[in-house]
Design a binder for this molecule. Structure first.
Ligand code: SAH
Length: 453
């Protein structure tokens, strides 16, 4: 049977895509249905058809899956942020474990391995220490803030995202009342006019320090004292700054920071290590899970204090400093110069003297140091972005023959691809752990340990 747009069909969901859409068949034709859960029987409306599969919109759940739950957030379907809010947390973790397993099997060609642990959260809500809210206007001309609807830039008003901390809402309320009282206009993407684009809010989970950075299409705001006075009433307020971004772009932050009130950075801890975080710093967004992730990386590295360790794609040195507590010497490599500045500052702040950092591409720095200076590694840790490691880097790692490689990954597909190359001859996949850094989303972090044969 041929389906066309707007046809209504009944589908039993049998599988889920790695992006979190339910998959089921209508008359043998495969349909992807967002917000449907494995085990659901649903009524769906065909939206788009292709030769071998199509996309349909969930209209009604006819018989709910045993894993289906009521979404906690009233905006869950409209907002682009959460893909798995309709599944109970155990089912979310099972989905993530399956996804990693499937990629390691299918792409990596591994068949003899087990996922040793799946590290979930005790309370999978309000885990984010960072949020960026855009400002705009609704049809009536009221200033609104919230989140972009999936794949678009229309703002769904929501000051109380359940993944973010509670202080976000108080902060947003103060900013909007300041804007209303002082007639400060939100930025309009289509015209390029208006002043306030976004606000970046960060919260130190251990220190309770709050950072507010307003991203503006200009270099100052009217009556800044009034804004600071209002925000300073919030307990924990530590840093208020402006960030200048006058470009017509989707990139949220510009390069320039102008201090308004308090300090320019906030402090937070991961385990025993203290970090100084500026509005522009990269910093893991789920501090509770980050500790567990790094502890797993450290556990897999099995250091006894005599090792030389390379931490590639080190960011602000978070993993490096963790490893430095147990290694003889750690070298970090990262492409963003500002992140390396932070890494060095954070090493000094923690009086860690056995960590050294280099700016550059991992696939250039490591081969060069290896060929020219003959550097050595007992253990190599990598934590690349989604696209994974460059092949030149993998081949240098193989030549350096560390006794162990710990691969931390935010994309299990590229992880599987890279592990396949590393395990062709001299290494074997020893252990895999899955860590849930982003409950309610489809993202999953994986740590794999390779041993030299
Ligand atoms: N390990 C860090 C950061 C991991 S995110 C942490 O846990 O905080 C990946 C990092 O890789 C980012 O900081 C990014 O800037 C960096 N990066 C991207 N491409 C790179 C490359 N070719 N060489 C080195 N670093 C790179």
């Amino acid at each position: 049977m041929e389906f066309k747009k707007n046809d209504l069909v009944q589908v039993t969901i049998e599988d889920m895509s790695h992006e979190g859409a339910g998959i089921g068949k209508a008359d043998g034709y495969t349909l992807f249905i967002k917000d449907a859960v494995i085990g659901d029987k649903v009524e769906a409306k065909i939206m788009k058809t292709k030769k071998h599969y199509g996309f349909a919109r969930l209209m009604k759940v006819l018989e709910p899956s045993k894993d289906r739950v009521e979404a906690k957030c009233p905006q869950a379907r409209a907002c682009g942020g959460c893909q798995l809010q309709f599944m109970n947390y155990e089912a979310q973790l099972a989905f993530k474990k399956n996804k990693v397993e499937a990629n390691l099997r299918r792409i990596g060609g591994f068949d003899n391995f087990t996922i040793e642990k799946v590290i979930g959260m005790e309370d999978p809500w309000r885990y984010r220490n960072k949020a960026q809210f855009p400002f705009g206007k609704d049809k009536e001309g009221n200033i609104v803030t919230g989140f972009y609807a999936g794949r678009t830039h229309s703002i769904i008003p929501n000051r109380n995202c359940l993944l973010g901390v509670e202080v976000n809402e108080m902060t947003l309320n103060e900013i909007i009342s300041y804007m209303e009282e002082n007639k400060v206009e939100p930025y309009d993407e289509t015209t390029g006019k208006g002043l306030i684009r976004h606000v970046l809010i960060r919260y130190g989970f251990t220190t309770k320090e709050i950072m507010v950075c307003l991203i503006i299409n200009g270099t100052s705001i009217p009556n800044a004292e009034a804004l600071c006075r209002q925000l300073a009433k919030i307990s924990g307020m530590t840093s208020i700054t402006l960030n200048v971004n006058k470009k017509q772009t989707n990139v949220i932050l510009g390069d320039e920071i102008l201090p308004l009130w308090g300090r320019e950075t906030i402090t937070d801890y991961i385990g025993d290590i203290k970090y100084q975080i500026s509005p522009l710093s990269f910093y893991q967004v789920n501090p509770v899970q980050t500790v567990k992730l790094y502890q797993t990386a450290l556990e897999y590295a099995r250091l006894d204090g005599n090792e030389t360790v390379w931490d590639l794609y080190c960011g602000i040195g978070t993993i490096s400093l963790f490893l430095a507590q147990k290694a003889k010497q750690v070298y970090g490599v990262e492409i963003v110069p500002a992140a390396i500045e932070d890494a060095k500052k954070n090493a000094a702040l923690n009086k860690i003297e056995n960590a050294e950092f280099y700016v550059g591409k991992a696939e250039e720095v490591l081969p060069e140091k290896y060929e020219k200076d003959g550097v050595y590694a007992d253990v190599i840790v990598v934590d690349p972005p989604r696209k994974g490691c460059d092949e030149t880097l993998l081949s240098t790692m193989l030549q350096m023959k560390p006794k162990r490689i710990v691969y931390v990954s935010c994309d299990s597909a590229t992880l599987a691809r890279d592990l396949k190359i590393l395990c062709e001859e001299n290494y074997q996949l020893e252990k895999v752990a899955v860590c849930d850094m982003f409950p309610s989303s489809v993202h999953v972090e994986t740590v794999a340990c390779l041993e030299r044969k």
